[in-house]
Ligand binder design. Structure first.
Ligand SMILES: C[S@@+](CC[C@H](N)C(=O)[O-])C[C@H]1O[C@@H](n2cnc3c(N)ncnc32)[C@H](O)[C@@H]1O
Length: 196
């Protein structure tokens, strides 16, 4: 059975969005990399852009506790501690596919410091932390470094088992009018409008 957390059709959409920001300054980040399956695809796409680094963030302790915003009738399988992985599994995958080593930060998103733990500029962010607080925090962190025209893609926007991502995205957009939303499959694609 496949353990893919993001379907191939969705990763195709993600890679299409990544290609759109190739001309922009800044690095690529993934919040919630798990075992690195999507990270490897991002890294492959970035081989054409060697000046861009890939930064990966995960607790590697699995999901945190849910908050009230995450409760749903069919979300019972998303429990604290599930989706535990190991940073060495990610590193091993990158070596196996002869890809440049990413920057890997093992931490709870809430404990990351934007100036110490994030690149100075971000052109593309994939946010896949499943829960409300995880998406809210990773949106706030990424937006601090996102260049004009840059894109943040949030997974699970239309996943009835995981209501947290949509709530976090909708709140972010209500508070940040200079971002534009597009929806595609279960992805929320949020673009920072170029400065006028
Ligand atoms: C669905 S998995 C990510 C799947 C991955 N993007 C892929 O495509 O294979 C969610 C990951 O987010 C991590 N995560 C969720 N909330 C987090 C938080 N607040 N801090 C750190 N890691 C978190 C979990 O540990 C888990 O590995």
């Amino acid at each position: 059975m496949s353990d893919l957390q993001i379907s191939r059709s969705e990763t195709d959409l993600i890679l299409r969005e990544l290609a759109k920001v190739d001309h922009l300054d800044g690095d690529v980040v993934e919040f919630g990399c798990y075992t690195g399956d999507t990270s490897v695809l991002l890294a492959r796409a970035l081989q054409e852009s060697p000046q861009k680094w890939l930064w990966l963030y995960d607790s590697f302790a699995g999901l945190p506790e849910k908050t009230a915003a995450d409760h749903s009738a069919n979300g019972w399988r998303f429990k604290a501690g599930t989706l535990k992985a190991d940073a060495s599994t990610v590193q091993h995958k990158f070596r196996k596919y002869c890809l440049p080593e990413p920057v890997i930060k093992q931490a709870w998103f809430q404990d990351l410091h934007p100036d110490e733990d994030l690149p100075s500029k971000i052109c593309f962010a994939l946010l896949d932390g499943d829960f409300y607080e995880s998406i809210k925090t990773s949106l706030q962190l990424s937006a601090k470094k996102l260049v004009p025209g840059g894109i943040m893609v949030v997974h699970d926007y239309r996943n009835p088992a995981l209501p947290g991502p949509a709530k976090a995205v909708n709140e972010f957009l209500a508070q940040n009018p200079r971002y534009k939303l597009r929806l595609s499959a279960s992805l929320a694609i949020i673009e920072r409008l170029a400065a006028s």
